[in-house]
Design a protein around this ligand. Structure first.
Ligand code: ZN
Length: 144
């Protein structure tokens, strides 16, 4: 493991896919890939989405469906259609990682950790990561 990197990623916790109908999508993925959701569909009010995690071997998929037409996920689907929305790395000490990234000039969406579906999380802006929205989850809180 490289201890000198700014934000060592331990593991891909999940890949997230933005969809228009989460119930239909879960059923489709279940039938096609034999995967099942690991909890119930939850409403995350502050992100304006319905969301569910699906176990796939040692990793997970996350599905999100916007619940209003104005939020970032709705706009993402408007612009680009349904598809991969972000990937999520597990890290140690999320709070200090966000501080170090900020000091290193990496553009953050969250400078402070907050609660998300998969644990205590923070997002890095895609402008700083070659076009991919990256979520970090504190490994101590991570749902797996
Ligand atoms: Zn996520």
């Amino acid at each position: 493991m490289n201890n000198e990197s700014t934000c060592s990623a331990r593991h891909i916790n999940h890949v997230c896919i933005a969809v228009l109908n989460i119930e239909e999508t879960l059923e489709f993925y279940e039938n096609l890939f034999g995967v099942t959701k690991s909890g119930e569909i939850e409403t995350i009010e502050d992100q304006g989405v319905k969301a569910a995690l699906v176990r796939v071997g040692a990793s997970q998929l996350e599905f999100i469906q916007p619940i209003d037409n104005e939020n970032g996920v709705a706009k993402f689907i408007d612009r680009r259609g349904e598809g991969v929305h972000h990937i999520c790395f597990e890290v140690d000490n999320l709070e200090s990682k966000l501080n170090e990234l900020d000091l290193a000039g990496v553009q953050l969406i969250d400078k402070e950790p907050r609660d998300g579906l998969s644990g205590t999380i923070g997002f890095i802006h895609p402008k700083s990561t070659r076009g991919v929205l990256i979520e970090l989850v504190d490994q101590k809180t991570a749902r797996r």
